[in-house]
Design a protein around this ligand. Structure first.
Ligand code: PLP
Length: 374
């Protein structure tokens, strides 16, 4: 937040920043998706829809998921939400009682901790290590389980590390959870931005369906961050609770945006493949650049669109923390990044490569010059 405010202040003074901070695609929404929304406006698709989203969209989400991952959900095990964030927030609300524990692997996406704490839950953190490629195993999770554990939260591909949990580890974690009567909440916001080969959803583990809470988003997949469209797939009883909560809070996600979402999931998926191919090139570019900067160590991210370099050598040498380093990088080096503290992992900085190649190159050169000046 402080970084954002400072970036806005500098921009208003005319400072030209290399912005590698944004957590959203630099692409614009594909044309056929925009067109579907324009048509919905012209056809006066302006009334309330069913709270959980109109049936055709829920069915299309289910069909897309089945085709891509072999999952077997029905439309009434699916709710459309105002972005993936509200799917996550509302699911914590209906699942967590005061004192319940949620296991969260570190590094974690910034909102998870606050969401859990807001509904009276307690976070139990499991730290992964950059040296091990941020690997998460069932054995690591098992050590954190207590009688109060209600949910294990997974986010693969991960924001901020870009790590992808292997299918073997995922299956072992889900098996462990199911055998202990614990839910696995899988935040699959970046599931289509997986560069390891074929994207994998926990939804494909059909035999564990009763233990799974799948959280989806159209934001990153279709470059639709501002449209606010996400979904949850979960046991019918959970979806029923989510409907009640949504009914008394936001009601349906915006009607015309649902029409855009329908075009996104039921139309050609070539746009997703094209954007994925571009992200891979940008990833290779930023990683190659970061690896030439003295004092910076970085893994090759396997998904999402973030590099999460280890800069602990620099912070130790200079005697400051990563929050201070990142603010000085912004103020004096004119590069926007997010300090690892925001993700529970100091000593790292998150740089987004959802940006133009020119901006990435500019950012890398500025980081190099700034670090060398310390
Ligand atoms: C890991 C993760 N989950 C969920 C979200 C929420 O995305 P949205 O609410 O735009 O669908 C984000 C957005 O940055 C994210 O990084």
């Amino acid at each position: 937040m402080a970084i954002n405010n400072e970036a806005t202040r500098l921009r208003s003074q005319g400072v030209d920043l290399a912005d590698l901070g944004a957590g959203e695609p630099h692409f614009t929404t594909p044309e056929h998706i925009k067109q579907a929304c324009i048509e919905a406006v012209q056809q006066n698709f302006s009334k309330y829809t069913p709270v959980a989203g109109f049936k055709e969209l829920r069915e299309a989400l289910v069909a897309r998921h089945h085709q891509d991952f072999g999952s077997e959900y029905s439309f009434d095990e699916t709710i459309v939400t105002t972005g993936g964030k509200s799917a996550l927030f509302n699911t914590f609300q209906v699942m967590i009682d005061h004192g319940d524990e949620v296991i969260i692997p570190v590094p974690y996406w910034v909102s998870f901790k606050d969401m859990v704490e807001y509904c009276g839950g307690k976070c139990s953190f499991v730290t992964t290590r950059a040296e091990e490629g941020f690997r998460l195993t069932a054995a690591m999770i098992e050590q954190a389980i207590t009688p109060k554990t209600r949910i294990i939260l997974l986010n693969s591909p991960n924001n901020p590390s870009g790590a992808v949990v292997s299918q073997k580890d995922l299956k072992a974690i889900v098996h462990l959870a199911a055998s202990r009567g614990i839910y696995v909440m899988s935040d699959e916001c970046y599931v289509y931005l997986d560069y390891t080969g074929k994207p994998f959803s926990l939804g494909s583990l059909k035999e564990y369906k009763n233990s799974l809470l799948l959280m989806g988003s159209l934001s990153k997949t279709y470059a639709m961050t501002g449209w606010r469209l996400g979904f949850a797939m979960a046991p019918k009883a959970v979806i029923g609770q989510l409907q009640k909560l949504q009914s008394q809070s936001t009601s349906n996600p915006t009607s015309i945006v649902q029409k855009a979402g329908l075009a996104a999931v039921s139309g050609s998926q070539q746009c997703v493949a094209d954007m994925r191919a571009e992200y891979i090139k940008l990833r290779d570019r930023i990683i190659a650049g970061l690896r030439t900067i003295p004092g910076v160590k970085v893994n090759v991210p396997q998904g999402a669109f973030y590099a999460f370099p280890d800069v602990s050598e620099i912070v130790d040498r200079v005697g400051i923390d990563t929050v201070q380093l990142t603010s000085r990088l912004l103020r004096d080096g004119h590069v926007v990044g997010v300090p690892g503290e925001a993700f529970g992992m100091p000593g790292h900085i998150r740089f987004s490569y959802a940006s133009s190649a020119e901006n990435i190159d500019r950012g890398i050169e500025r980081v190099r010059t700034f670090f060398a000046s310390l």
